[in-house]
Design a binder for this molecule. Structure first.
Ligand code: ZN
Length: 180
């Protein structure tokens, strides 16, 4: 039905919506409702339909300058995400060397207290609420309305003498279960 030009944007997008659909339209912006789908060149305004992370659809009519500004932000945002992926892949490349070393560490694992020299004991696992990176935003659960807090689980070792604590990330070394 629509002969107009549209742009469909997919994640990752700023604000983390599920999708953004932009339709270019001409004539009758606002209350007149007489606008028609149009090419981007002939457009007088645009309609943006955003499906939020909570699954809510938001329609808004905007000036073309708003579309340009938004597309610029999307480009920047996706560029930053891509850069992070490259960084992440870079980190992954050293993993082979780390894996070899990890096998050695695993074979002779010990967790002596740096102060007392005695072996630390396996404590409980700790779920720690963490902040994300500078671009991460809090997400609200559609079902509960609660803001979800990202957590990381750390494996805890405690010195039985001085009580100092050492934490390990999971999925690196194998640890006995808490209390084990
Ligand atoms: Zn100690």
């Amino acid at each position: 039905m629509s002969k107009g030009e549209v742009i469909d944007l997919h994640p990752p997008l700023p604000g983390l919506p599920l999708s953004v659909h932009i339709e270019f339209r001409s004539g009758g912006m606002g209350k007149l409702k007489r606008s028609e789908p149009s090419t981007r060149v002939e457009a007088t305004h645009a309609q943006i339909i955003t499906v939020t992370s909570a699954g809510k659809e938001i329609k808004e009519e905007v000036e073309l300058s708003v579309v340009d500004e938004y597309l610029r932000k999307v480009g920047e945002f996706q560029g930053r995400v891509a850069e992070k992926r490259v960084e992440h892949d870079g980190r992954r490349e050293v993993t082979d060397a780390h894996l070899a070393r990890r096998a050695e560490v695993k074979a002779s694992f010990s967790s002596p207290c740096v102060r007392c020299g005695v072996a630390c004991e396996r404590g409980d696992d700790r779920n720690v609420v963490v902040g994300g990176g500078p671009d991460s935003e809090m997400r609200t659960s559609a079902a509960s309305g609660f803001v979800s807090m990202p957590t990381v689980t750390y494996v805890e070792y405690v010195c039985p003498v001085c009580g100092s604590v050492e934490w390990f990330r999971r999925n690196h070394l194998e640890h006995p279960p808490p209390g084990g």
